[in-house]
Ligand binder design. Structure first.
Ligand code: PGA
Length: 251
């Protein structure tokens, strides 16, 4: 089995101002030195340029929270993959449940975003996850399979060699309700097996992050699970000490 490096990605969402993100970033840059995990920060797109400058001497990588599936043109308010690449983004979150729920992104659109990111040499972080009612009606696997299969079909299984998947049960996002490590592991294993149906090697190398109320107190237990390769962190990534504790949590 491949040794997969833990990846901890901060999703700052629509939070912060220059006044608050500068000291936050400063503390994270200093505190993260010497950690073995790979660390990525995804600020709001207006701060990407600022972070690109501030992260120049740091190991921390830059990411974005969303991207247009379209290349360029008359799409007011959109940000293209080429623009993100231009500012040195290495990762782009696609298909976050907030985008799916509040901005009507469907599986095909998410797959197109995934491909736009890769086409520009960046790594997509593909979010999948079920709603509470879906879990309660035992549809978790069906939902995750559908979300994954569309991307596999359109992008091809080989595309996952350079992709990250984030399992984010919607009922656990921003709610303080975390999936137990066992609950999360069960779905992570399912995701890996789903990929393995097409290609064992790809399934073995792809990193699968858990997201949904990861905090300083539960990260270590989650990251100990065999198929959990890190986390996508919302709320806790806005507090330097908490985020750093998560970055230091090891297998
Ligand atoms: P949360 O968000 O950590 O605040 O639950 C995670 C996410 O939405 O990526």
């Amino acid at each position: 089995m491949t040794e997969r490096q833990i990846l901890v990605a901060a999703n700052w969402k629509m939070n912060g101002t220059l006044e608050t993100i500068r000291p936050l970033l400063q503390s994270v840059i200093q505190g993260v030195q010497g950690t073995k995990s790979e660390v990525v920060i995804c600020p709001s797109s207006v701060y990407i340029s600022e972070l690109a400058t501030l992260l120049q001497q740091s190991e921390i990588k830059l990411g974005a929270q969303n991207v247009s599936q379209l290349e360029k043109g008359a799409y007011t308010g959109e940000v293209s993959a080429l623009m993100l690449k231009d500012f040195g983004c290495g990762y782009v979150i696609v298909g976050h449940s907030e985008r799916r729920a509040l901005y009507a992104e469907n599986d095909v659109m998410v797959a197109k975003k995934f491909m736009a990111v890769q086409k520009n040499g960046m790594t997509p972080i593909l979010c999948v996850g079920e709603l509470l009612e879906e879990r309660e009606s035992n549809c978790t696997e069906e939902v995750i399979a559908r979300q994954l299969d569309v991307v596999i079909e359109l992008a091809g299984i080989a595309a996952f060699e350079n992709a990250v998947i984030a399992y984010e049960p919607v009922w656990a996002i921003g709610t303080g309700k975390t999936a137990t490590p066992e609950q999360a592991e069960e779905v992570h294993e399912f995701i890996r097996l789903r990929l393995a149906r097409h290609d064992n090697e790809v399934a073995d190398i792809v990193r699968i992050l858990y997201g949904g109320s990861v905090n300083a107190g539960n990260a270590e237990q989650l990251f100990e699970m065999a198929n959990i390769d890190g986390g996508l962190i919302g709320g806790a990534s806005l507090v330097a000490e908490d985020f750093l504790t998560i970055c230091r949590a090891m297998r």
